[in-house]
Design a protein around this ligand. Structure first.
Ligand code: CA
Length: 254
């Protein structure tokens, strides 16, 4: 009995020890983020949220400060607003890449400005988020970018099976055939594809695609999914969008 207890303690200790070293190997240091955002409320909201999520966060309120910090300090990720006083997001990004600084950059762009997205990704941004966004979505993108590490090649395309999304141009195609989608439909499809194989509850879809928090009227989601399904799956033997009864929706290869 006593022996078993000691063995158990010793294996628990070993597990903790191994975890401790794995964590250190993964991070090696506290993860440090820089936010360049001139809207005070948004900046503070992001700083608070990301600090609570365990990151060390610096916040710059204008382009010059943001640029200076990004050039002189070591950050694991830069969250960069496009429209900034003094020096805009594009200028900062261009200058960083020209100086050979390869830290991942998450661009914050205004709604529906496709040109901004294309320009940002072509200048070497790693991902973008359209304002207004849900904090959960930002956090998910930040974590993905940190996992991936600095990647000079921007993620311009997403896909599953023969379905392909061109993120910069907001275009979708299946089997090489172009599919016309509304802005909302594209956002919905992008969310499903980014989290392929994962059942997404209606409430999550509502908050991330419609910026709504509701639990009563989920009809909007069902209607949108039905339309999307007609465009994506009609005429194909392989159905990608799946309904998981009582839980939500998922995109996956059957
Ligand atoms: Ca701004």
């Amino acid at each position: 009995m006593h022996y078993n207890f000691v063995t158990l303690l010793s294996s628990l200790w070993q597990v903790a020890w191994v975890n401790f070293f794995t964590m250190r190997a993964d991070y090696g240091h506290a993860v440090k983020l820089l936010i360049a955002e001139d809207e005070v409320k948004t900046g503070e909201y992001l700083r608070r949220g990301l600090s609570e999520a365990g990151f060390i966060v610096d916040l710059a309120h204008n382009g010059l400060d943001g640029h200076h910090l990004a050039m002189t300090e070591r950050y694991d990720l830069l969250i960069l607003d496009v429209m900034l006083p003094d020096l805009d997001g594009w200028q900062i990004l261009k200058s960083l890449r020209e100086a050979g600084r390869e830290l991942p950059v998450l661009f914050l762009t205004a709604r529906d400005s496709v040109d901004d997205r294309v320009k940002g990704l072509e200048l070497g941004a790693d991902d973008y988020l359209v304002k207004p966004f849900a904090f959960a979505e930002l956090l998910a993108r930040v974590r993905t970018l940190l996992r991936r590490g600095a990647s000079p090649a921007a993620e311009l395309k997403l896909g599953i099976g023969d379905l392909e999304l061109d993120l910069a141009r907001h275009r979708a195609s299946r089997g090489g055939r172009c599919i016309r989608l509304t802005a909302k439909e594209f956002t919905l499809l992008e969310l499903l594809v980014r989290r392929q194989g994962e059942v997404l509850p209606r409430s999550l879809i509502a908050s991330q695609v419609w910026d709504m928090n509701f639990d009563s009227d989920t009809n909007v989601i069902d209607v949108a999914i039905r339309r999307l399904r007609m465009k994506i799956d009609n005429g194909f033997d392989l159905k990608l969008i799946q309904t998981v009864r009582g839980m939500g929706y998922m995109i996956d290869l059957p």
